[in-house]
Design a protein around this ligand. Structure first.
Ligand code: SF4
Length: 287
């Protein structure tokens, strides 16, 4: 249902709430009636500093949406905002190791989305340097990851290791995580509701680690993080501002195993990342 709301609006609202959180403000009160009006009021508040930049809601929402549908949209938006705005246990520490531990404890034996009852062996939280400058975000655990409890340990993981090595880094230098932390059955693509339910925990991991660069591996990671629905050909090759971090998109290693011809393109993406991180670019890419 949340797809009905403009992704830019959702991101803008979330950013504003996060800004208030950083100022120590966690409680929000809503004036006026529920529904589309409240969404537009909130939107206007988000853009209060520059009223001329206030985007308008799509015509579908503005004029023709029945009252019941608009009420649902507002409810979803409010749920997401309050989910983000609640103080988190890790806010009490500046130590990323302790903070990640607190996030993992908060996740618990998670049953928040339906993936918990579809054959997962364990939750795959994330692995690597809690102070990493570079973070890789994939889609979700596969069979090997589900068994070992660590992301990217199968064949795709070996290729990711080679990619990291070709960049002059070690696996333990970076942090690796996924959009969803439980294996989708049959390695299917995680569904939108699963991504939306699980990804707030990833966002908290990112907020703690504060990497200089995030590399989204594949379309699911890119689209979830950026709230942009575009093909990989358009997503790659650019820098995106993602909170206080720069984000680049490249192919998922599992895709590169299926289509090795694209490794050259992926290497170009990684060279862009290396340049940003001030790493020396070797002549030879990953094998
Ligand atoms: S995928 Fe994420 S939200 Fe869903 S059950 Fe697993 S840990 Fe919880």
């Amino acid at each position: 249902m949340s797809s009905v709301l403009d992704p830019l609006l959702r991101r803008a609202l979330a950013e504003r709430v996060r800004y208030y959180n950083e100022l120590g403000i966690y409680d929000f009160y809503q004036r006026g009636s529920a529904g589309l009006e409240s969404a537009e009021t909130a939107l206007a508040a988000v853009h209060a500093d520059s009223p001329s930049s206030i985007p308008t809601l799509p015509t579908e929402l503005r004029e023709e949406m029945p009252a019941r549908k608009s009420a649902v949209v507002a409810t979803v938006a409010e749920q997401k905002i309050f989910e983000i705005s609640a103080p988190k246990p890790e806010y009490g520490t500046s130590d990323p190791v302790a903070a990640l531990k607190l996030i993992r404890e908060d996740l618990g034996d998670c049953t928040r989305c339906k993936l918990h009852k579809q054959g997962r062996k364990q939750i795959v939280f994330g692995v690597g340097n809690p102070r990493a400058e570079l973070m890789f975000v994939g889609e979700g655990p596969g069979a090997d990851e589900d068994t070992q409890g660590e992301p990217f340990v199968g064949r795709a993981g070996q290729l990711l290791n080679n990619m990291i090595k070709a960049m002059g880094l070690r696996r333990e230098d970076v942090y690796i995580a996924n959009i969803v932390k439980c294996r989708p059955p049959g390695n299917r693509t995680p569904e939108r509701d699963e991504c939306e339910t699980c990804s707030p925990f990833l966002m908290r991991q990112i907020a703690v680690i504060k990497p200089k660069v995030i590399v989204a591996l594949g379309a699911v990671a890119a689209k979830t993080l950026l709230a942009i629905n575009a093909p990989m050909a358009e997503l790659r090759g650019h820098w995106y501002d993602f909170r206080a971090t720069k984000l680049a998109v490249t192919y998922h290693p599992a895709f590169l195993l299926r289509d090795p011809r694209q490794k050259k393109e992926a290497w170009k993406d990684l060279q862009m990342v290396m340049k940003e991180l001030g790493l020396e670019i070797p002549a030879k890419g990953p094998q």
